[in-house]
Design a protein around this ligand. Sequence first.
Ligand SMILES: [Zn+2]
Length: 294
Amino acid sequence: MDTEVERLFRESLMDALAARLSHGNSTLSRADLTKFTLGDSTWRLIDESKGIWNPKSLAATLSIVSSPAGPYADKELAPGVWRYDYRAGSGAGDNTKLRRARELELPVILLRKLEPNVFVPVFPVSVIDDDPVERFFTIALSDLELLRDPAHPTSTERRYAERVVRQRLHQPVFRGIVLRAYAQRCAVCDLKHPELLDAAHIDGDSEAAGDAVVTNGLSLCKIHHCAYDANLMGITPDYGVRINKALLLEVDGPMLRHGLQEMHGHPIGIPKRVQDRPDRDRLARRFAQFSASS
Ligand SMILES: [Zn+2]
């Protein structure tokens, strides 16, 4: 494939991937990635067993897997910039095509592994450096290529980069883990449409990445998310729904009556796995805010 043809192919593939992820899901399974439909053909977007996928028909690597707990360190060098270690063995082999991605400036897909066989695709990313002595590539979110030196940002650039990373990586990962934990349902009303669900933060919309953990999340439909954020609805530390007192006395249509007032006193649906359940201390802190404003 000619380089410009390959560039266009990658762009249309990433457009299709973005469209696929625009309906409420931020994750794809290994099966989805193994048979990804583009027009009337299907493409494999992940290697069968390795963390790097080098299709024969393409000049450069198409995707790399980053698993925070994997054997290949993907240490964050700066916001949105990662070290991606060479595959074991010689500097050639699988690494050659990732080097080609840098030389030809072709965009790559980063597959952030959430759990076995579930990934959050992050794209496009670029290979911005190659260190054959220390044996690692430097990978960056392509949006950050505009920076002078993404691996060493100035303080202003760092704030910009952090914002980009939050939007491009942390939010989709948080959404992925929370919606999966709640089996894609609203914890309050049980609505099952991912396109109408959000991953809500219990402890504010914290900017700290450490707070984008499943125990600080609740899967809520749009209306219950807004009601929770506005303290019109609270969740007690023992997982009960409370509705603002004034709102309970209002008279209005079915959304108020069924969607909010009737939820008062109901238990929320919680994740099956104990370790995924909302943190009671965080709920208590947040519920105190609700009580104070109710
Ligand atoms: Zn709901």
